[in-house]
Design a protein around this ligand. Structure first.
Ligand code: TNX
Length: 527
């Protein structure tokens, strides 16, 4: 079989030899409900190959057929993304039970074309090998997080990253929208969030290249509600879910620069450096009212059934000297400061539940919950909250034991702001060492954990050290491709067809897409 270098590797694939020229097909025949995907495919094909296939209900002669079969599965299930792809003398057929499966089949079809067909101008023939593929993901949730707070990026970059997520059959874009260094969306009832909290005095907070640093130029920006709706719609057209994160009650310096009265102590301006800061929201009715206002806007703009409430790295220093916190603890019978965070989390969960949303939080929302032996520690997040584990496997086990579904995002494996190599030319990174081999060898489902509770896996692009879009690409690729392979393909498939052997062919695709990826042999000089 010829080497196809598909990433992720499909579950089953046979390629008997020979090709199918898509230009010889009559057009794209789409079942009802698949018209938009058919036009998307038609556009993508035309862009890189010049072959424009028209969309209709049916064609008499061999066509590219998009078909729905069987009962429609629920969203975000394995069945919703399963698909079959056949290319032979009779034409090309993409079959799935859910449009999401057709979207994944389109991504695979694009990888079957010559790599140059991914360019923005006609650059390759629309020819694919004859194949039969039967495919389904291993994990239901395969996400990538963009941090557009530490360094803001234009909406167009977010859209490009959605394209890239789609090509790798990822299905979630997690947008980290608020942090100490900025607030990145409009909340009409709280204008200072965009007037004050979206801006900081310095351009960059980390620095990716020698010479960059604090240059005194203000940095900032935010997305309008219209921008966010466009991002959500663009992703939805590809069956990718955009999950918003609003970080409470820590990482709150930007909020408190705009609304100091919500704080629990001294406040400073929007941060131009990174780290963990003492400024946190005070657990008051006013802070909850603020959170509710924000969530109301988020729930309206994002159609995601999930809203991420952050919850990571919440220092308790300010709470420890707050009379309001003392009173709250006495009134509510809370016995630890972590329990104060639990109180805050529960209030957020209650409000978001009333809006029909399910909460996700970083694994700190467990703190104040139950310990491994089931002893209550003041009650952390309620079990319906999804826990995104970034620290270590012990928290996966703790979360599952406490009845939570989990998203696994362990720092050593899927934080792509970490170093990749140790050469001198390596761009400056936050810390760590996350090589391709390490990502490739990672099993996202820890031994001894019920795989049903593992909703999925997610990689993170924290941007302290990635000021430009090109910097983000350099950190992301090709590790993101390897991550996608881990999250989609079963372990057996991956052992039979190691991703490291498919990567070189795949890099041609990243080249065609104009991605500033890190070459396999090590850093290339910065342009
Ligand atoms: C930890 S992961 C953080 C982020 C940083 C990241 C840098 C998490 C929930 N918090 O605030 O950007 O490390 O790697």
């Amino acid at each position: 079989m010829q080497r196809l270098s598909l990433i992720p590797q499909p579950q089953h694939i046979t390629a008997p030899g020979g090709d199918v020229d898509l230009a010889s097909l009559a057009g794209i025949a789409a079942d009802p409900g698949l018209e938009d995907l058919a036009w998307l495919l038609s556009d993508l094909l035309a862009r890189g190959t010049g072959t424009r296939l028209a969309v209709a209900d049916a064609w008499d002669t061999p066509a590219l057929c998009l078909k729905l079969e069987g009962e429609r599965p629920a969203d975000l299930t394995i069945d919703s993304e399963a698909y079959r792809l056949t290319a032979d003398v009779h034409g090309v057929e993409l079959v799935a039970a859910h449009p999401a499966g057709i979207s994944r089949a389109i991504a695979t079809l694009r990888q079957l074309l010559p790599a140059d067909a991914l360019r923005d101008a006609p650059s390759a023939a629309a020819i694919i090998p004859r194949v039969h593929i039967e495919d389904a993901p291993r994990l239901r949730w395969r996400g990538v997080m963009l941090d557009i707070v530490r360094n803001f990026q234009a909406k167009d970059f977010v859209l490009r990253m959605i394209d890239r997520a789609h090509l790798h059959r990822l299905n979630v874009l997690h947008l980290h929208l608020t942090d100490d260094q900025g607030w990145r969306f409009e909340v009409p009832s709280r204008p200072a969030l965009t007037e004050v909290a979206s801006w900081r005095p310095e351009t960059v907070i980390g620095h990716a290249r020698a010479g960059d640093g604090y240059d005194g130029t203000p940095h900032g920006g935010f997305y309008s509600a219209a921008d966010l709706r466009e991002i959500v719609a663009y992703a939805a057209a590809r069956h990718i879910l955009v999950v918003p994160e609003v970080n409470f009650p820590g990482h709150a310096r930007a909020i408190l620069a705009a609304y100091p009265e919500l704080g629990a102590g001294q406040n400073r301006p929007v941060s131009g450096t990174f780290g963990v800061f003492e400024e946190v929201l005070e657990p008051t009715e006013a802070a909850l009212a603020f959170a509710r206002d924000v969530f109301d806007v988020v729930a309206e703009v994002f159609d995601s059934p999930f809203v991420h409430i952050g919850g990571d790295e919440v220092p308790t220093t300010q709470w420890e000297s707050s009379q309001t916190v003392k009173d709250l603890m006495e009134r509510e019978g809370i016995t630890s400061y972590r329990g104060v965070q639990g109180w805050f989390t529960k209030a957020c969960v209650a409000h978001l539940t009333s809006l029909g949303k399910r909460v996700i939080g970083w694994d700190e929302i467990l703190d104040g919950g139950e310990d491994q032996d089931g002893n209550s520690l003041d009650g952390g997040a309620p079990p319906e909250a999804v826990v995104q584990v970034w620290r270590n496997e012990a928290y996966v086990k703790q979360a599952v034991a406490a009845g939570h579904d989990v998203i696994v995002s362990p720092e050593p494996y899927v934080y792509f702001d970490h170093y990749e190599g140790d050469g001198e030319e390596e761009p400056l990174r936050i810390h760590g060492q996350t090589t391709i081999a390490k990502v490739a060898a990672w099993d996202p489902v820890p031994a001894g954990v019920d795989p049903e509770r593992v909703l999925g896996a997610q990689c993170q692009l924290w941007s302290e050290y990635m000021p430009t879009a090109r910097d983000v690409e350099y950190g992301a690729f090709p590790r993101l491709a390897v991550f996608a392979d881990v999250a989609w393909s079963g372990q057996g498939v991956r052992e039979a067809e190691p991703v490291t052997e498919r990567l070189e062919g795949h890099l041609e695709r990243l080249d065609a897409l104009g991605i500033n990826y890190r070459p396999l042999e090590g850093p290339k000089p910065w342009q």
